[in-house]
Write a protein that binds this ligand. Structure first.
Ligand code: AQP
Length: 341
């Protein structure tokens, strides 16, 4: 029910949406609230291109089989969350080689200084000091190519991606300034949940930080994780009154629990009538209302691998047609020969 609070967004006059998810691990409720809920809503009103960005995932140097499997699992998660391949174009980035082609053209137009300013590069370099590769550094250029290849004018992104979007807009202005109007300047579509915190209550929930509530987890698995999750740090004993405003568990309730029950939880926490474990049990049950049907749909999809291949191949064919139309204009403008495809 609380999910409905997230849904009635993005009703502006948008023509095209482009967004992607990296196949770097199991989808979690941060991906769900920050991206997927809106992807599902937006497909009703706009022409949407949704992409599993496997080329971006290569910056982590995953084992080939791990990547192949993660691509399928993320695609399954997107479909199980309600993206309809008849309405939206769902595809895998590497099946559309124009992404890499355009990324190179844009790379040659991007000053090094612009990339040096990107804070995510610094963060990721800290996370994987043993593998600070060039792809990690030029990642925002490929992201720009992902967007402008479809001439998308709106891009839903989480908080940490806003800086990359600004770079994309600058790149578009630069390209249009040199070669004439070619791409629309993509606008940020802000999420209502731009930064869902992980179970540690400190860092952004991330596939790679081991702080996530997985979208496919069973209720038991989630409850197990919630038991160790941070709450109001000042509430040491069950009998201490708590402050929901500083409690990460209560933040999750804001998305998954209806207003009436939330008010009861708020009051129960403040008066110490409701203990943290019981509060977590309520959350786990409400999470299950959302996760349960997604998990079931995902199980069905896993049983139909051919169907998944068909969906992704059809999506890639549609995306390639769009991407090639854009690349023909780009090649023409920058002076490259056309490729017969
Ligand atoms: N914690 C989050 N809160 C809100 N939105 C989030 N998103 C991811 N985590 C949160 C949004 O989900 C979309 C897909 O993200 P992504 O997988 O491409 O990249 P990410 O943001 O780097 O996700 P993770 O889970 O943190 O992945 P890893 O650990 O691999 O880096 C985006 O719209 C993103 O904003």
């Amino acid at each position: 029910m609380a999910i409905e609070r997230v849904l009635p967004l993005y009703t502006g006059n948008m023509a095209r949406i482009m967004s992607g998810i990296q196949p770097t691990g199991n989808l979690h409720i941060g991906n769900y609230l920050g991206a997927l809920v809106n992807w599902v809503k937006m497909q009703e009103q706009f022409e949407c291109f949704y992409c599993v960005v496997d080329l971006h995932a290569l910056t982590r140097r995953p084992a080939a089989e791990v990547l192949r499997q993660a691509v399928r699992e993320v695609a399954i998660g997107i479909l199980a969350s309600g993206v309809d391949p008849e309405r939206a174009t769902l595809f895998v980035q590497s099946q559309v080689p124009q992404h890499s082609e355009l990324a190179w053209v844009l790379t040659c137009m991007t000053p090094l200084g612009d990339l040096h300013r990107m804070t995510q590069f610094k963060d990721k370099s800290t996370q994987q000091p043993e593998n600070i590769n060039t792809g990690l550094f030029s990642y925002p250029i490929l992201q720009t190519a992902d967007i402008v290849l479809y001439r998308a004018d709106r891009v839903p992104v989480g908080e940490d991606q806003e800086q990359h979007l600004e770079l994309a807009r600058e790149t578009v202005r630069r390209f249009n300034g040199i070669y004439g109007d070619t791409f629309p300047e993509p606008q940020v579509v802000k999420s209502v949940a731009p930064r869902v915190l992980g179970l540690d209550g400190e860092k952004k929930m991330s596939k790679s930080l081991n702080n996530e509530i997985g979208l496919f987890e069973s209720a038991d698995e989630t409850m197990q994780k919630l038991r160790g999750a941070k709450t109001d740090p000042a509430r040491l004993r069950k009998t201490d009154p708590g402050n929901p405003e500083v409690c990460n568990i209560f933040r999750y309730h804001k998305f998954f629990t209806g207003a009436e029950q939330r008010a009861e939880i708020d009051a129960g926490c403040r008066s110490a009538a409701l203990g943290c474990v019981d509060c977590k049990k309520l959350l786990s049950a409400n999470l299950e209302v959302v996760k349960g049907p997604i998990r079931e749909r995902a199980t069905l999809l896993r049983e139909q691998p051919k169907r998944l291949d068909e969906i992704l191949d059809a999506g890639a064919a549609r995306a390639r047609a769009e991407a090639e139309a854009t690349m023909q204009i780009v090649r023409d403008r920058v002076g490259l020969r056309q490729t017969k495809r």
